[in-house]
Ligand binder design. Structure first.
Ligand code: BES
Ligand code: ZN
Length: 881
């Protein structure tokens, strides 16, 4: 497939379906190579569609074995069937049934879309358009049906048979080794939410009673022998269900809720109605095989998929252009849940780091697109940081702008009004316009306009008049297909920080909405504050109130004041990051003076020393975030053009090394104070202490390799949990030499039979910032635990390498060539994994000319490969445009 030959699907071309499918009765007889699917579809003309239209059902690599209309076999000339579609030329102009039989080979399905097998377990993935790989269907989210599913399989092979909804019957198939289960889901749903699972699985379960009194049986299914690692996921499920009742007033709506973990999965997890299917990486956890980060991700993703039950399933999307309606909103909901379960400022800092690293970089490159794209060739390429993370930021801004109360009532109205429908962004926003009494048409521009806005801010203090004037201006850079930009609505939360904390804010400005909120919806504006008793330091975008870049010319001295005195934790963290960023941006450009960087290191170390002494122990999770400098990739993005990754990495190493040296004694002391004899517990407070200790370990490893290596050895040997072991390994990867290779070997021995832990081992090595890494990665591809067929292994090793700033971007282009070759190889079996990997090239245009040419050549090599999937062709074409 050449991308140029693929049709462009446009939002403006949306039309309702000519036909509706009210009921779907599936009868699926599972067998490894020959699974028979019989579908009975209850069809009727859509009153909103074209009367008398033919019925054109979607398919993907399907083979039809039988078709009947109202129970009567169709004449060969009454229909046309191919792998990609099934057309009934002149269907009756009334309701009728269609019986369709297809035969599938789940064992041969390497794309992991539709029905496939993962370590012998039958499972499905249908979002966005995988259901058409199971049977011919109107595979679009605005066609919603009530499903009844009969599953049959050999008892020995698949003792567990699951589908959506409630189980209504089970039994033996007389005279055979087979059994069956019948599932009925009373809630109409689009085909992308269909799922089945069949296999030998263990489970853990718990009874739950919803706030409105319904009994629910919760269960988490895992591979045999792994039930001991399913408890955290089940615990997280119970907590997020209670939270959704309390915070959003949402109750669960079926008798059962099942979660199944499989080891081959393209994405993180999927919200199929009543039967969430997960990448096992986001379910399995015990202290020996999961890190604190894993525990936090599991909690967040269990919540995310559960929250989709209301935001995505009961209210789904009219079409895939509305994807952020479910994904952005559900990310917002899972972020709020994690904030409430853990620390809000720390969660916010982590989310903003992710936003900047993934979304800002996407927005700054050739793959930039609006939160609601206007056109696509391959929808799977639009499950992006822009749709997800920026989509969540837009909801967060909406809440700040209209206030928590109007936001809450808007959500309630949305749930009430749109329940059971396939909705649009407009319908969603209308709810908030009503409850807030505001016109949100200008705000809606956030969904249409790509690119990260920049706010340029400057302040002036008039001591005689006791007036402080703040000038704000916004611009958004051009993005592909959008040369000129309009101003957007920007909530700027602020404080004016004086000697003794926040000064009172008094202004008559119409842009001031009270409570420290300025709404910047013009190209520029000035706000004059009166009765300002002293020259303040502005603290802008508190809590990161808008997803923008901020240019505010504060001196380092003022930033360091904010770091110690701002009442907003996010901005305290941001202030120190800004000081470090500025120093690194300067040092990452050619011809800079090392002495200047070292002087800055001393200043930052001084501030950190004071901070750690006064407050390091009060909130270790926050302190760990403070101690972590912006990553080299953040600096590359900040520089934005003519980027030399080696220069940036060198500067980063120098700054970290100098800070680490200045703080060595403090860090070692801190590590001792934070050490504990208590056995491992995954709670946020314990995790925070480990995070700070391990952040300190990393700095020591850079600053004092010998002392660092000794501490690493100690920690590795005495650790009772994976978090500390892995942190030791990661610190050791910064110290070249025998000892490192020895530790890498020890780690592999300990975890030889733990694929998910070996993924971390693969990734830690793929991220080593040394010229030998490419060869190391190629060698690791031969490791017995590695396989190109498993998405987790590929993401760990090859994806890890593609995220290695200096080695992927090697000056000789060998990094690009390797990743491009891998993309082409993977594309033959799994286009989705291949196209996500190709996304690693998204920032190639910001590189210095030599690397830029080499990256472009590798992209072009991919683009001209014959027989590319639509997924890869689309990314290659857009990245090169
Ligand atoms: N609906 C998605 C899963 C999905 C993604 C299906 C892409 C088809 C294509 C699911 O709700 C989701 O968003 N999963 C995320 C994790 C989540 C916590 C952001 C994922 O799989 O990465
Ligand atoms: Zn989602």
């Amino acid at each position: 497939m050449r991308a140029e030959d693929t049709p462009l699907i446009r939002l403006e071309d949306y039309r309702p379906s000519d036909w509706l499918i009210d009921t779907v009765d599936l009868d699926i007889s599972l067998a490894p190579q020959q699974t028979r699917v019989r579908a009975l579809l209850g069809l009727r003309p859509n009153p909103a569609g074209q009367p008398g239209a033919p019925l054109i059902l979607d398919g993907d690599e399907l083979a039809l074995s039988e078709i009947k209309l109202d129970g009567v076999t169709l004449d060969a000339n009454a229909f046309a069937a191919g792998p990609q579609s099934l057309t009934v030329h002149a269907p009756p102009r009334r309701g009728f049934t269609l019986t369709i039989e297809t035969v599938l080979d789940p064992s041969a399905n390497t794309k992991l879309m539709g029905l496939y097998r993962s370590s012998k377990v039958y499972c499905t993935q249908c979002e966005a358009d995988g259901f058409r790989r199971i049977t011919y269907f109107l595979d679009r989210p605005d066609v919603m049906s009530v499903y009844t599913v009969r599953l049959e399989a050999a008892k020995a092979e698949a003792p567990v048979l699951l589908s959506n909804g409630n189980r209504v019957a089970t039994g033996e198939v007389p005279g055979s080794d087979r059994h069956f289960a019948v599932w009925h889901d009373p809630h109409p749903k689009p085909a992308y939410l269909f799922a089945l699972v069949g296999g030998a699985l263990d489970h853990v379960r718990e009874d739950y009673v919803t706030a409105d009194g319904q009994q629910v049986e919760l269960a988490v299914y895992v591979e045999p022998g792994k039930a001991g690692r399913a408890g955290w996921a089940l615990d997280s499920l119970v907590r997020c269900m209670r939270w959704d009742e309390r915070v959003f007033g949402r109750n669960y709506d079926l008798d059962v809720f099942n979660v199944v973990a499989v080891s081959d999965f393209n994405m993180g997890a999927m919200e199929n109605k009543g039967l969430n299917i997960f990448n096992d990486k986001y379910v399995l956890a015990d202290p020996q095989t999961a890190t604190d980060g894993d525990y936090a991700s599991i909690e967040a993703i269990i919540a995310h998929e559960y929250f989709h039950n209301w935001t995505g399933n009961r209210i789904t999307c009219r079409d895939w252009f509305q994807l952020c309606l479910k994904e952005g909103l559900t990310v917002f909901r899972d972020q709020e849940f994690s904030s409430d379960e853990r620390s809000r400022p720390v969660k916010r800092i982590a989310d903003v780091r992710t936003l900047r690293a993934t979304q800002f970089s996407e927005d700054a490159g050739p793959l930039a697109h609006p939160v609601r794209p206007r056109a696509y060739k391959e929808i799977n390429n639009f499950y992006t940081p822009t749709v997800y993370e920026k989509g969540a930021e837009v909801i967060r801004m909406l809440k700040v702008l209209i206030g928590a109360d109007a936001f809450k009532r808007g959500m309630d109205l949305y749930f009430e009004r749109c329940d059971g429908t396939a909705a649009t962004i407009e319908e969603f926003l209308d709810c908030f316009a009503e409850t807030s009494g505001r016109d949100l048409s200008h705000f809606a521009r956030w969904y249409e306009q790509a690119g990260t806005p920049t706010i340029v801010a400057s302040g002036r203090y008039d001591a005689r008049a006791k007036r402080y004037t703040l000038d704000l201006a916004q611009t958004t850079p051009p993005t592909p297909g959008q040369a000129t930009k309009q101003p957007v609505v920007l909530p700027v939360t602020l404080g004016l920080v004086g000697r003794d904390g926040d000064l009172p804010l008094t202004t008559g400005s119409s842009a001031y909405a009270g409570d420290g909120l300025i709404v910047l919806d013009q190209p520029s504006l000035s706000v004059v504050f009166s009765d300002v008793a002293e020259a303040p330091i502005p603290s802008l975008l508190r809590g990161f109130s808008a997803p923008v870049r901020l240019e505010l010319d504060l001196s380092d001295a003022d930033l360091l004041r904010l770091f110690s005195a701002d009442s907003d934790s996010f901005n305290r963290w941001q202030a120190l990051q800004s000081v470090a960023t500025r120093a690194l941006v300067a040092a990452g450009r050619p011809g800079t003076d090392r002495a200047v960087l070292l002087a800055k290191a001393a200043e930052i170390a001084g501030a950190l020393e004071h901070f750690l002494r006064e407050q390091g122990l009060a909130d270790p999770a926050f302190a760990a975030q403070v101690l972590r400098l912006p990553a080299p990739a953040d600096i590359a993005r900040e520089i934005g053009g003519d980027v030399d990754p080696d220069a940036i990495y060198g500067a980063h190493r120098n700054l970290s090394g100098a800070i680490g040296q200045a703080l060595e004694a403090t860090l070692i002391g801190l590590r001792d104070t934070l050490a504990t004899k208590a056995t491992y517990a995954p709670d946020a407070a314990s995790a925070g202490r480990r995070a700070l200790r391990n952040e300190a370990l990393g700095l020591i490893a850079i600053a004092a390799p010998e002392a660092g290596a000794r501490l690493v050895e100690q920690q590795f040997s005495s650790a009772d949990n994976l978090t500390d072991r892995l942190a030791a390994l990661a610190a050791m990867t910064l110290i070249p030499g025998e000892a490192r290779e020895h530790l890498i070997g020890r780690f592999a021995e300990i975890y030889a039979s733990e694929p998910l832990v070996l993924d971390k081992w693969l990734m830690a090595q793929a991220l080593i910032a040394e010229p030998g890494t490419l060869d190391r990665v190629k060698r690791l591809m031969q490791h017995k635990g590695f396989s190109l067929g498993n998405p987790n292994r590929v993401r760990a090793l090859i994806g890890g390498f593609a995220a290695n700033l200096t080695q992927f971007n090697r000056a000789d282009g060998a990094g690009y060539e390797f990743v491009a070759d891998m993309v082409i190889a993977l594309d033959r079996t799994n286009p989705q994994v291949a196209s996500r990997l190709l996304g690693s090239f998204k920032s190639w245009k910001m590189l210095e000319p030599t690397r830029k040419d080499l990256a472009q050549a590798s992209l072009a090599m991919v683009a001209r490969t014959p027989g590319l999937s639509r997924d890869v062709a689309d990314i290659a074409e857009r990245a090169l445009a």
